[in-house]
Design a protein. Sequence first.
Length: 353
Amino acid sequence: MGYCQHFDDNDTRSVWIASLVASFFSLFGSSFMLNSFFTFGKRNKGTSSLVALLALSDFGWSLSASSSLIIILDSYETLTLADCMTMRFLFQFFSGSCVLWCVCISWFLNHSVGKSAQASSQGLSIVELKSLFNTVTPKMWACFFCISYGIPVLFICILLGGHHYKHSSNLVMCYPEPIYHVLFWFLPNILAIVFQMVCLVMIVRRTNYLRKILVERYPLFKPQRESLPVQLRVALYAVVFLVCWSMDILYWTLHYINGADCQNYPLFFIYNTLINSHGLLDAIVYGITNSAIRDRYSQRPIMAIFMALFSPFVLPFTFSMWVYRIIGNKEEDLREHTSIRKNSKLSLIHSVG
């Protein structure tokens, strides 16, 4: 049997079922990450907020993928071109934003480590360096949102406005034309993984430099405990990226080399299953690299089991409580600010009198 094979309906259906199962696992994994952030996350901690936004894109991706696959399995014969395009653009937006949030996280961690290494020469304490490490400025937030959501929207507008897509009737999916598939899919993904690997190398060098300075200044400092999670987080996100997207790139490369009618069932099955497992693998990385969350759940095992089993259904409640807590904190900050200003005016009046 050669590389090119013909798919029958049972083969195609088995691929959709496997993809649906992977999407469901990703739905639970990404919602678990979001629930953990809404329950335990700190609003001023930049890294946690960035990872939560990655989880939000994972959640949107897995939710749209699950819905699309259920529709395909139930009534694929009646799907229109508009249905096909809607599914494609939802996938393009959420998966693209996942890729770009990984890029933003890698850049932010590299930038923070570099800034901490530079500031360490000024004699700042470890607490001050940690505070500096987790700071995301408003300008950074604006750039992150424009990159992670703006670029996928731009690609979708170009594809939709120029009708640069085609309908694969035997697979009930829509794909960009080959040149736009390369420009708006493969090339960004390849550049993203190269960028993450460059960031990883720079983070390793900078953390080693920072560790050396801190060890000299604080003999009791434990360097591996402080620096390893940053390196590990970027490395694992890069591994997830490679696992999920390498088969996709390989499949389509061989597909275009061998001709549009050439399909390979095992490779097609593997790549569809892996890309829909992105949210699940990100959740595993989240659990491995977040010791604070592990400690909190280890103290509350029943809560951990409940969150794992019912995380998508609990999400509206935890999100509502998070919003309520944010509003309460802002009101408290406003009252504190008003009180400080009032006391300053009274002090000024007494000093003048």
